[in-house]
Design a binder for this molecule. Structure first.
Ligand code: B12
Ligand code: SF4
Length: 449
């Protein structure tokens, strides 16, 4: 008889959250891995914005969703966790209500194991709430917690989460040993960890109401920017066969008529001749009339006349790029992934390809240790001058990154002891050269008012 494993995508607890094509992609990969090893998988998505039961929750406003798959979440105001009690902003639980969650749990057969995922380090309270409720409902069932929060804050997770097991890193790498320890059998199927195409594709059939699918063409990144956790999460750069990526897109397009896809790569455009170019050409050749979204920053340096035109023709609609700062010294000190000339050339190529200024979103980091408001202002102005759309991305300090020590020194919060203080909306590493009032002015400037 097949064993039942329950997988849960937990709530987000935060001051603000927008569903910018957010999907529990890692957990869906794990679901496929488990199925391939003959486990029965049940999935509960606490963030499901289209949960049918939500219409009975009269106290919660129906959120506005957009036809391209992004949109607002339903939300409920909840008390702030103690460390955030002095912050004068409302704090919310985003997603379905706990009542619906409990009903979902009671509606399924008792599982033999529960897997919970996690994403941003400062979203752990939603993860802990899920674990508490699962524990009450299914006492004695082992709860396993994994995902980015666990990988980035392993001791915090193992000491505080209430899970029986906290596993860092890729699930495909460490779940086999756990299954052997708990059930006595080592799984028959293990993917080749050096070959992403050997991973069974993410089980998006578990999200039948989603009108959008997330795609991953690679893991990791060849760069080492000091503020980024890419190398902590994936220390080598692994890529997929671009044609197999298009097969995956076409599969969902044919099966469910999915038209909106978002890319979750850290480095989608790096090594374009071997990867993005053949992928884009194949999308065009197969006439897939889809919209592609890149909410995660792309590399400006990889935009050429050719890549810009192919992206436009293939249907890349939401394009965001990481400039982070126009300050030359900081560009070099933080890793050198981009310079201002790259920005200027890329914007010109993208415009030649057919994009207009407001399509070309350029992320500018705000609140890096030691960063001043004037540096951010100059960055916004340069992006405007070159004809693109500046978007402020508030800095979130991440343990294990090269900039971490400096972040700890510069922060007035205990970011080492309390992951809630990694929340980018607190601007945790701001100094007197970038006050909250200055930040608000910068936001207004970036919006173009
Ligand atoms: C896609 C992405 C997003 C998406 C949303 C993703 C989501 N579902 O939430 C968008 C674009 C919206 C986004 C936004 C932001 N993001 Co982001 N994002 C990512 C990114 C690039 C990929 C995540 C992903 O899905 N990877 C692919 C899947 C397959 O991998 P995975 O989830 O890790 O799953 C594997 C393992 O973790 C494990 N696993 C997962 N679950 C489980 C469960 C169990 C039980 C087990 C055993 C194992 C396991 O196995 C899985 C399969 O191998 C990561 C970087 C990265 N490389 O992870 C940054 C990252 C998570 N983001 C980050 C940041 C900073 C942000 C922003 C704050 C940026 C900004 N300044 O605006 C915003 C925050 C939004 C908000 N409201 O607060 C930081 C983390 C910050 C933090 N303190 O935690 C990261 C690490 C990037 C970085 N800078 O280093 N992000
Ligand atoms: S910021 Fe971008 S380029 Fe730099 S290491 Fe992270 S993913 Fe790579």
């Amino acid at each position: 008889m097949k064993r039942n494993i329950l997988l849960i995508n937990p709530w987000i607890h935060d001051f603000a959250a927008y569903d910018f094509w957010i999907k529990p992609l890692g957990l869906l990969y794990i679901a496929s891995f488990l199925r391939k090893n003959c486990y029965n998988v049940h999935f509960i998505d606490c963030l499901n914005p289209a949960h049918p039961e939500m219409r009975h929750e009269k106290h919660i406003k129906r959120p506005r969703r957009k036809s391209r798959g992004d949109g607002k979440y339903p939300k409920e105001n909840i008390g702030k966790p103690d460390p955030l009690k002095d912050i004068s902003k409302r704090y919310n639980r985003y997603g379905i209500t706990p009542r619906i969650f409990r009903e979902e749990l009671l509606g399924i057969e008792r599982p033999e194991m529960v897997f919970v995922t996690s994403m941003m380090t400062y979203w752990y309270p939603g993860v802990f709430e899920v674990i508490r409720i699962v524990r009450e409902t299914f006492p004695g069932v082992p709860i396993v917690l994994g995902g980015n929060y666990v990988t980035l804050c392993p001791s915090h997770a193992s000491e505080n989460s209430g899970a029986d097991f906290t596993l860092t890193g890729e699930g495909e790498r460490n779940i086999p040993d756990l299954l052997k320890d708990i059930f006595g059998n080592y799984p028959d199927f293990i993917p080749d960890l050096d070959d992403l195409d050997s991973y069974p594709p993410p089980a998006f059939d578990l999200m039948p109401t989603s009108n959008h699918i997330s795609i991953l063409t690679s893991k990791g990144c060849p760069y080492r920017c000091t503020y980024c956790a890419s190398h902590v999460l994936n220390n080598n750069f692994r890529t997929r066969d671009p044609i197999k990526v298009v097969d995956e897109i076409e599969y969902w397009n044919n099966l469910r008529g999915i038209k909106n896809f978002s890319f979750y790569d850290d480095a989608l455009l790096v090594y374009p001749e071997a990867r993005a170019v053949p992928m884009l050409k194949e999308i065009i050749k197969r006439r897939l009339a889809c919209n592609f979204h890149c909410p995660n920053g792309l590399h400006l340096r990889e935009i050429t006349e050719k890549t810009g035109k192919l992206m436009f023709r293939a249907g890349f609609k939401t394009i965001r790029f990481g400039l982070e700062t126009s300050n030359v010294k900081r560009q070099i000190e933080t890793g050198g992934k981009v310079d201002n000339e790259d920005l200027k050339e890329a914007v010109a190529y993208l415009k030649e390809a057919g994009y207009i200024s407001c399509d070309i979103g350029i992320y500018i980091l705000c609140g890096l240790p030691g960063q001043s408001a004037s540096e951010v202002r100059e960055s916004i102005n340069l992006v405007r001058l070159y004809g693109a759309n500046p978007i402020i991305a508030e800095f979130s300090p991440i343990p294990g990154t090269p900039i971490w020590k400096e972040a700890v020194k510069s922060s007035e919060y205990d970011i080492t002891g309390e992951p809630l203080f990694h929340n980018n909306s607190l601007l945790p590493c701001q100094g007197e050269q970038l006050t909250y009032e200055m930040y608000r002015d910068l936001k207004t400037l970036a919006r173009g008012h």
